[in-house]
Write a protein that binds this ligand. Structure first.
Ligand code: SAH
Ligand code: MG
Length: 219
């Protein structure tokens, strides 16, 4: 959901951080082919996610919304040997591209599981494998509260909760000029942001990236 014209700031950040591996470029190329390049994480955002996963020492991680496997690669590279990433995707066309990208990764010391299906159903099944050290929420916006409530139950105490696009292009503070989101989506994102800001439940903050990245630790 990025603007097609990059600001000088974004250009500058990209000049420093967008020197990506061939396999990440392949994810971007696939997203482009699907006409969805704008919804992939930017390189600096992805680098921040990767760094947080590493700083937090996450071993078992869940991503909701794989698209073409770009953010998944950034998360995967920060997992230690023995680490595991479950990444959930509903769209078969996206899953096919992601599988091709993941096949190029060395998965002997650690593992990526591409889980196909509706995330809400698949998450319930995944619960049996928890608790997890962290989650990156980047799927269907109308389901963000369901994803968060799942994470509250299945991420360990002290675990990492990341959520992308929490500004919903400004609609959460009343800027509806983008006109892309339904009232329901806006209300859900406002409720999710409010819940993550509850100091009894989480310690966190929104990093003001272009789309807004919530970073929180579960209490
Ligand atoms: N994390 C990716 C971008 C994800 S875009 C990256 O930055 O590289 C959001 C993805 O969520 C899309 O691929 C979409 O098909 C998927 N999605 C949407 N609704 C879903 C659902 N109910 N269950 C699982 N995946 C879903
Ligand atoms: Mg996103």
């Amino acid at each position: 959901m990025r603007e097609s014209v990059l600001s000088n700031k974004e250009e500058y950040l990209n000049s420093l951080f967008a020197n990506e591996s061939e396999n990440k470029k392949l994810s971007r190329q696939f997203a482009e082919e699907l006409g969805l390049a704008r919804i992939s994480v930017s390189a600096p955002e992805a680098k921040l996610i990767s760094l947080l996963v590493k700083l937090h020492g996450c071993r078992k991680f869940v991503e909701i919304g794989t698209l073409t496997g770009l953010s998944a690669q950034y998360i995967f590279e920060s997992l230690p040997d023995g680490g595991e990433l479950w990444t959930l995707e509903k769209d078969p066309a996206h899953g096919e591209k992601s599988a091709a990208v993941f096949a190029n990764l060395d998965q002997s010391p650690k593992k990526i599981h591409l889980v196909m299906g509706d995330a809400r159903e698949e998450l319930e099944k995944l619960s049996a494998l928890g608790p997890f050290d962290g989650v990156f929420i980047d799927g269907n916006k109308a389901a963000y509260m369901d994803y968060l409530l799942w994470a509250e139950k299945n991420v360990r105490r002290g675990g990492l909760i990341l959520a992308d696009n929490v500004f919903l292009s400004g609609s959460v503070w009343g800027d509806r000029s983008a006109q892309k989101f339904s009232d329901k989506q806006v209300r859900i994102l406002q409720e999710v942001n409010q819940r993550l800001a509850d100091p009894n439940l989480y310690e966190g903050v929104i990093v003001p990236t272009f789309e807004g990245l919530y970073v929180a630790i579960k209490k």
